[in-house]
Design a protein around this ligand. Sequence first.
Ligand code: HEM
Length: 455
Amino acid sequence: MTIATTSPLPLPPGTMGLPLIGETIGFIRDPQFARKRQAQHGSLFKTHILGRPTACFCGPEANEFLLSSHADSFSWRGGWPGTFKELLGESLFLQEGAEHQRNRRLLMPAFHGRALEGYFSVMRAIAQTYLLKWEQQTQLTWFLELKKFTFEVASVLLLGTAPGEQLDELSSWFTDLTNGLFALPVRWGPTPYGRALRGRDRLLHYIENAIEERRAVLADPNASQPPTDVLTLLLQTEDEDGNRLSQEEIKVQSLLMLFAGHETTTSLLTSMAMVLAQNPQVLAQARAEQFNLVQQQGGDPTQALTLDQMPQMPYLDRVLKEAERMFPPVGGGFREVIKPVEFNGYRVPVGWLALYRIEAAHLDERCYSQPGSFDPDRFSPERAEQKRYDYSLVAFGGGPRVCLGMAFAKLEMKIMMALLLRDYQWAIAPNQNLTLDPVPTLSPVDGLKVTFSRL
Ligand code: HEM
């Protein structure tokens, strides 16, 4: 890597580890890897991981620097391995500058406001189906079940699947695809990468057919209402300059959304279910809020959860935020340094990887009082601890590239949690490992085994 800077500042403190592999093994295997180095070196340290010298940015000021004030010194595209580029195509994760802005503007309406309102009843119906199924099972490994739920929501709303239809097949193609993301890029048939390429092609073909069906409905004046889903909206969206997404663009962007949105949401739902079971007082308060809403509707339990109730759950919102703070599904974000960077008295050369670590701000005592304790009221209007520092709550990233699906994910999680709180109880089964494994997204090692029943 070339060092394109004349800065007199030193490189960040830290060690580069062994020749070639650097500190990659510790980074992957030791959950405390970054915490230990941050404790020793502070908010910026260097290491060598995944074959490249890397600067780790920690804390709210570092987040603001990388995500916002100096975002143009960092490239997203250069932060992803080559396998991503081939398997996830030319989609938002890999785009920069004007191209990224154009595509984000075109994708945005499908993930906000009126569009989300349209998804509400689909999400609620799928959630209810799963709750009824779990009620029959009584014992669950909940992470796996929640993963099926979020996958179904994503395939119905993002890929245009009919509820319940072809899910096992789609899910196995998707698993093949994700298994290839960190595999050696050996393109031969039976290798993980070969299978990943096949999974990708099948998914893209599937989405193409779903697009054709929607185009036909939209073009036919006598056809019934087109489905309320992301694909239909993306086919119709046009920006003020008359730009539209092409069919190829819609295909790869939809695939990316499926990748970006489903394991992350599963992870946070699982953590929330776990932490509520461990904190009965919080659970009771969150339930009381739901019972009040049912009472206000005349106490009729058959009255479904309604869209207009969603903004009336301030306590559940706090629980969600606190779960987001303590259990961020994604550990951080990688970038490539594309302009010489100076931060906190150190320089980071062009060509290095940069990693912002999400938990660093979430566990920073300057930002949050007693950050190790689960305390949703820290987000009450009176305490509002997230306002002490900008960029102190970044589970969904921040700045101009903040998570595009944040409102979608929050709606989905809130619907599932509200329905759970109204009608169900669960307890963590004994003799299981609840240690949280951070890779690929945070989840309990044994998948959170629970007993589950109606209240
Ligand atoms: C709990 C659920 C979710 C979490 C915690 C999460 C987290 C994140 C984070 C941390 C980033 C920024 C990464 C970085 O800065 O390197 C991000 C970006 C992104 N997320 Fe999410 N995400 C979630 C759900 C979703 C969903 C449901 C979708 C789509 C349906 C989605 C689509 C995206 C996209 C497209 C980006 C890239 C935005 C851009 O580059 O402009 N995410 N997400």
